[in-house]
Ligand binder design. Structure first.
Ligand code: PMP
Length: 447
């Protein structure tokens, strides 16, 4: 269905007179750096998007690429899905937002509760960042404690506490325990003091520090398959031990499944078999519209319950649970049946194997991570345990960028971290195009 020839190079946007170049010039006058999302910036400027159709994204020059990024994993059904569009158009004609709840919110909540093992009740937000923030608020209110545990290199959006130590300066890599370092300049010391940073998949460090700090810990915030760490999975031993430590010390265990929900029909928690107290979600549950959600045990979620007066955690949000997002999200989740998930799991496995074989054939040591509709490429064969092993040397980073750039030119859009995801319009045609583009990219970095 998708006619992309990976032999053709797509780089018209780089010409100084391209529409993207001219747009960027205009944009940089009114938007710092030329757009609104740090994550979509490319040096010296990114191609601007014109349209999307199924698995294809079309840039302002009219060049088509297969989209394995899907607005950072949020478009489960690719671009402009007709079923989602029809449902949204119908909703548009009867109103986009009300100061009353709607049935659409109930329907999306029901499908999430049915599917995600730990989730008994849900609360919607407009982004993953807000979902994480509300989960932390809930954990603090429930436990009466101020601090959280998070893991170095793990991205959870831009709420102050969740953002601490999202990146770790190399001179701190040797520390016995990772320090709390600001992600945004100007982060108050009080915020840093209330975040205990640990190393991903390091059970021994987690035991030692959590036992010592337990009295002030409200939550352990952990992503069971962090995209920003190249989709290295949390081991069952590691996540299971966090569960035990949380139980032993009355700490709320939060799984951030904003992306990891794609790992299986029942999310990453369904795959690893460890059940958190709260789960944060976003992306695919919004069908391509702004969304987030926090869900979990009814007992903890009751901190949001306004019946009987001011709740422990007041939570508004003018557009939270707006019917456009709720309707789109419901169709997105409803179309993602168990059978469709299994088909994508198999297509994902085909891609993961094909990428590993391509590195073997090119005699480039490498490995592939991911599960379900997610995949991550690593251009080395050192053990992958967490942030430092993912980040590697500055040379590793430069090679990742070169390969991501080459894939882009050969028609496959992935994240600069060499992570990607599938959408339901994809078949083996798109998978093979990716494998061909990857083969071409590897030949180029070998030159
Ligand atoms: N948590 C994780 C694991 C994420 O990957 C992201 C965004 N990529 C967020 C939270 C923040 O979500 P949002 O961009 O919707 O605010």
């Amino acid at each position: 269905m998708t006619a992309i020839d990976p032999g053709t190079t797509r780089n018209r946007y780089r010409s100084s007179q391209s529409r993207s170049a001219l747009l960027h010039e205009r944009a940089a006058r009114v938007l710092p750096g030329g757009n609104t999302r740090t994550t979509v910036h490319l040096d010296p400027y990114p191609p601007y998007a014109m349209a999307g159709r199924g698995a294809i994204v079309i840039d302002a020059e009219g060049e088509e690429r297969i989209d394995f990024l899907n607005n950072y994993t949020s478009l489960m059904h690719g671009h402009a899905d007709p079923d989602i569009n029809n449902a949204v158009i119908e909703q548009l004609s009867s109103g986009t937002a009300f100061s009353m709840p709607t049935e659409s919110e109930v329907r999306l909540a029901e499908i999430i509760v049915e599917r995600i093992p730990s989730v008994e009740q849900v609360r919607f937000t407009n982004s993953g960042t807000e979902a994480v923030m509300m989960a932390i608020h809930a954990a603090r209110a429930y436990t009466g404690r101020p601090a959280i545990v998070k893991f170095e290199g793990s991205y959870h959006g831009s709420y102050d506490h969740a953002a601490v130590s999202t990146t770790m300066p190399r001179d701190a890599w040797g520390a016995e325990a990772p320090p709390s370092v600001p992600y945004a300049a100007g982060t108050p010391q009080g915020v840093l003091d209330d975040v205990v940073v640990l190393r991903y998949n390091d059970v021994e460090l987690a035991e030692r520090v959590i036992e010592r700090e337990a009295g002030r810990l409200a939550a352990i915030l952990v992503d069971p398959m962090p995209w920003r760490m190249g989709l290295i999975a949390g081991t069952r031993e590691f996540l299971g031990r966090l569960r035990e430590l949380a139980d032993a010390h009355g700490i709320v265990l939060i799984f951030d499944e904003v992306i990891a929900l794609r790992a299986s029909y029942h999310g990453a928690q369904g795959l690893v078999g460890v059940t958190p107290d709260l789960t944060t979600m976003a992306k695919i549950i919004g069908g391509g519209f702004p969304v987030g959600a926090v869900g979990g045990k009814a007992e903890i979620m009751s901190v949001f319950d306004p019946r009987g007066g001011k709740p422990k955690v007041p939570h508004g949000g003018t557009f939270s649970a707006n019917p456009i997002t709720m309707v789109a999200g419901y169709i997105s989740m409803h179309k993602l049946t168990e059978e469709e998930c299994q088909r994508l799991d198999a297509l994902g496995a085909y891609i993961r194997e094909g990428l590993a074989e391509a590195m073997d054939a090119a005699r480039i040591p490498g490995q592939v991570t991911g599960a379900g509709s997610l995949f991550g490429i690593h251009l080395h064969d050192r053990p992958l345990t967490g942030y430092q092993s993912w980040e590697g040397t500055p040379e590793d980073g430069a090679r990742r960028s070169r390969v991501a750039g080459a894939l882009f030119e050969h028609g496959a859009v992935l994240a600069p971290s060499l992570t990607g995801c599938l959408s339901t319009p994809m078949t083996e045609t798109e998978a093979n195009a990716l494998l061909d583009a990857f083969g071409a990219a590897l030949r180029e970095i070998a030159d």
